[in-house]
Design a protein around this ligand. Sequence first.
Ligand code: RB5
Length: 149
Amino acid sequence: MKIVFGCDHAGFEIKDAVIAHIKEKGHEVIEVGTFSSASCHYPIYASAACEKILSGEAELGILICGTGIGMSIAANKHDGIRAACCSDCFSARLTREHNDANVLCLGQRVLGIGLALDLVDAFLDATYANSGNHVTRVAMLKDIEEGKL
Ligand code: RB5
């Protein structure tokens, strides 16, 4: 898969290890920055990553900031993006299987690198169930975006 990766300065420390891990799993990584540890603004990188997904250049995204929360709020402002901020592997797997999440957000200040990599595995290795109530509910998320619900 093509995975877009973005972070702010508060995700910069574990950036290279996370990208290397995604590549080791056989995926291609598109980096949208940030490219230094200088203080910056997470919405810029969340938006850049979401654009890659919405344009079809990337299938899924991984975003890292201090808590993962700012990135997830920013990403979820984009129609068609379903971003989940996770700090446990069960949620990281289930958000792919049930919510068809296309972005995983992580908090560098919350997680150690070991858990961060396990979360990436749980998310990338899972598949959307694409059946029954899950389809109905994900369609309802689209209805919300379109002001129908
Ligand atoms: C940056 O200091 C920090 O606020 C940001 O990375 C993120 O945690 C926001 O949600």
